[in-house]
Write a protein that binds this ligand. Structure first.
Ligand code: ADP
Length: 258
């Protein structure tokens, strides 16, 4: 079934839209979205991040811009820029108290996210990354139906890769005819700082096997890194220096702008 896709305003031109999903919360979806944004920005691309995870909004905090407010003009809503120039839009920029929980019903959230696509003055963007809420509910469904998403990245932890929840995310993207770019396994292992041995804290990963069974690329396996957690917590992800493993050759090829 084909769905009518939303269009951006006249001040915006977005080349590629990539949505990041996960089967459940807490696996590092927002961290991976942010890392991808930072990696692409470092390569010189114009990057935007649309925070669609309204229930667990963490993008503004990860970039240290959670007390910012969005400027609204006759052209639309201006996104907030991070220190390296990534443009971010989040509901928290429009609320009086950015830390109060958003207890809206699905349809209102979906409508707001569509507006973030259509009414935000994104300008020229090479990549718009959408941090989806976890799971396969209304909001990810609406986004896949109504925004021109070019590809999906599924983030999972080693524990969930054995379970049905990752498969559900993958099945949803397949049903909606949105290409799956691959899986990122986060918190995959811990690298002992003394002996450099990989320690499988959550048990041995079977990411490769699961990815193969689902016929999806395993983009990368990100270790547990206390430094990453600390920088995300302090809003300083842009100075994290171990990010290049996300843009592997094969993944970069898939998202290259034609
Ligand atoms: P989600 O968006 O899936 O709910 P977050 O990206 O908010 O998850 O991450 C949840 C928590 O885990 C955060 O405190 C984050 O800093 C931490 N975290 C994410 N990835 C890693 C990692 N690879 N190493 C250490 N901590 C991580």
């Amino acid at each position: 079934m084909a769905f009518e896709k939303e269009k951006t305003n006249e001040f915006t031109n977005i080349k590629k839209v990539i949505a990041i999903m996960s089967g459940k919360g807490g696996v590092g979806k927002s961290s991976v979205t942010s890392l991808l944004g930072v990696s692409l920005r470092k390569k010189g691309y114009d990057v935007g991040i649309l925070d669609a995870d309204m229930g667990g909004s963490s993008i503004p905090k990860i970039f240290g811009i959670n007390s910012e407010k969005a400027n609204i003009s006759s052209r639309g809503i201006d996104p907030v820029s991070t220190s390296t120039g990534i443009k971010v839009m989040s509901l928290s920029f429009l609320l009086d108290k950015s830390d109060s929980p958003v207890i809206w019903r699905g349809p209102l959230i979906s409508r707001t996210i569509k507006q973030f696509y259509t009414d935000v003055v994104w300008g020229d963007l090479d990549y718009l990354l959408i941090d989806l809420p976890p799971g396969t509910g209304d909001v990810p469904l609406t986004i896949m139906q109504s925004l021109p998403v070019n590809g999906i990245i599924v983030v999972s932890s080693p524990q969930d890769l054995v379970k049905i929840i990752v498969k559900k995310s993958v099945d949803m993207a397949k049903k909606m005819n949105v290409p799956i770019l691959g899986i990122v396994e986060n918190m995959s292992y811990y690298l002992c700082p003394d002996c450099r041995k990989k320690i499988n804290i959550f048990g041995k990963s079977n990411a490769k096997k699961v990815a193969k069974e689902m016929d999806i690329e395993l983009i990368t396996q990100i270790p547990i890194d206390p430094k990453l957690a600390q920088l995300c917590d302090e809003g300083k992800i842009e100075i994290y220096d171990k990010i290049n493993h996300l843009l592997t050759d094969s993944f970069s090829n898939k998202i290259t702008l034609k």
